[in-house]
Design a protein around this ligand. Structure first.
Ligand code: GLA
Length: 368
C-alpha cells in the first residue's frame, strides 16, 4: 500500500476524569467527529504535513532530525508521532500527511489525540509496521508527553483507538483491562448533549501538570504507588496538606463513580440512574480538584435546572465542554437555556451537539 485515508475520533468521557495517570478507571465514548489523515508514502527522507484547517502553513522536516525540529503549534503533533515511530526503530523512508478535522479544538474533546491516532494508524498500515493497538496508544501518548510537552495520561488515545460504535469503553489503567459496555441511550429515549463553552483550554499550561504533581504528592503521603490503591475515601484524611487532600478525595471518589456507572449500565438499568453520579462528578471536579470555570459551572447548573438528569464538565478542565444527560425531547430546550444564560452573563455563545458513541481509529474510503 502506498497511500490511503485514515480517521481517528475525538472522545467524550462519560465519567472518570484525571484518573488515568493515577492508575484508576474511566469510561469514555468516541465521538462521530474525527480527524482524517490522508497519507502517501515517500522516499525523500522528509515528512511533509498540511492541514485543511491551516491552509497557509506547510511543514517539511527531515525525518532524521525530527528530534531537533523547532516546529510549534498544530504540526508538532503529527511530527511527534513520526518521531516516536523512528525513535522506536521503525523505518519511515518519507511520508506526506494531509490532515482534516471536525473535532473542536481546545474543547476538552481530544482533538490532539485524534490527530495523533489518525497519523499513528496511517503510518502503521502504510508501512506495514508490526505495531499493536497498545503500541498505537503509547506512540500517541509519547508524542504528546515527550514531543509536545503535555504531561497527559492515556485516556484520550485509548478512547480514540479502542472505542466501538454503540458502546462506552471501560478502562482500568492499572491492570490494562478494557471492556466494551453497551451504551444505547436512544433506546431509552435519551441523548447526551455536549455543550462546548467556547473557552479553549491548553493542556500544556501549568494547571494540568500541577494537578498531576499534587496527585503524586498525595500518593507519597499515603505510602502507595498510585491513588488507585486507596479505595476508602476516609484514608485521604491522613494527608496533612488540605489542597493535596482534596485532590486525593476527587480521585478516590471518581474511581468509585466509574465503577458505579459501569455496574448500573451492565445491569441494564435505566441510564437515567447514572445522571446524579455524573453531577456528583462535576461537584468533585469543581470543589475538590478545582479545575472548573464559571462558564462550565453555569452550563452545568443551567442544564440541570432545565431538566437534565445529570451534567458535568469533561476533559482536562480549565475550560472546554460539559455533557448533559437528557430526554431526547428536551435537548433543544436545554441547549437554548444554556445559550440564554451565557448571553445574560456576557459569556461567548456556547456550541452544542449530540454525542453518539462511535467507532475508533480506522481506515476509511477515499472520498476524493
Ligand atoms: C486530558 C488528558 C487525559 C486525561 C483527561 C482528564 O484529556 O489528555 O490524559 O487526564 O485530561 O481525565
Amino acid at each position: 500500500m502506498n497511500r490511503g485515508v485514515w480517521a481517528a475520533p475525538g472522545r467524550v468521557n462519560i465519567i472518570g476524569e484525571h484518573t488515568d495517570y493515577n492508575g484508576g478507571y474511566a469510561l469514555p465514548i468516541a465521538l462521530p467527529q474525527v480527524v482524517t489523515c490522508r497519507a502517501r508514502a515517500g522516499s525523500d527522507g522528509l515528512v511533509r504535513v498540511t492541514s485543511r484547517q491551516h491552509p497557509d502553513e506547510q511543514v517539511a522536516q527531515d525525518i532524521s532530525t525530527l528530534a531537533d525540529a523547532e516546529v510549534a503549534g498544530w504540526a508538532r503533533y503529527p511530527l511527534g508521532v513520526v518521531h516516536e515511530y523512528v525513535r522506536r526503530g521503525h523505518r519511515i523512508p518519507g511520508v506526506v500527511l494531509d490532515l482534516d478535522g471536525s473535532v473542536p479544538v481546545g474543547a476538552g474533546l481530544s482533538s490532539s489525540a485524534a490527530v495523533e491516532c489518525s497519523v499513528a494508524v496511517a503510518l502503521r498500515d502504510l508501512f506495514e509496521l508490526p505495531v499493536s493497538d497498545d503500541d498505537l496508544i503509547d506512540i500517541g501518548r509519547a508524542a504528546e508527553n515527550d514531543y509536545v510537552g503535555a504531561a497527559t495520561g492515556t485516556l484520550d488515545q485509548s478512547a480514540s483507538v479502542l472505542c466501538r460504535a454503540g458502546h462506552a469503553l471501560f478502562l482500568d489503567f492499572h491492570t490494562g483491562e478494557r471492556a466494551q459496555v453497551p451504551f444505547d441511550l436512544a433506546a431509552a429515549g435519551l441523548e447526551l448533549l455536549v455543550i462546548d463553552t467556547n473557552t479553549p483550554h491548553q493542556l500544556a499550561d501549568g494547571g494540568y501538570a500541577r494537578r498531576r504533581q499534587e496527585c503524586e504528592r498525595a500518593a507519597a503521603a499515603l505510602g502507595v504507588a498510585s491513588l488507585r490503591e486507596i479505595a476508602d475515601v476516609a484514608d485521604t484524611e491522613r494527608i496533612d496538606d488540605p489542597v493535596v487532600r482534596r485532590r486525593a478525595r476527587h480521585i478516590v471518589t471518581e474511581n468509585a463513580r466509574v465503577l458505579d456507572v459501569v455496574a448500573r449500565l451492565r445491569e441494564g438499568r435505566d441510564p437515567r440512574a447514572i445522571g446524579p453520579v455524573l453531577t456528583a462528578g462535576h461537584a468533585s471536579l469543581r470543589d475538590d480538584f478545582e479545575i472548573s470555570t464559571p462558564q462550565l459551572d453555569t452550563a452545568v447548573d443551567t442544564a440541570l435546572a432545565a431538566g437534565a438528569y445529570g451534567a458535568r464538565m469533561v476533559g482536562g478542565g480549565f475550560g472546554g465542554s460539559i455533557i448533559a444527560l437528557t430526554d431526547a425531547d428536551r435537548t433543544e430546550s436545554i441547549a437554548a437555556a444554556v445559550a440564554d444564560r451565557f448571553g445574560e452573563r456576557g459569556f461567548d455563545a456556547p456550541r452544542t451537539f449530540v454525542a453518539v458513541p462511535s467507532a475508533g481509529a480506522r481506515r476509511v474510503p477515499d472520498a476524493d
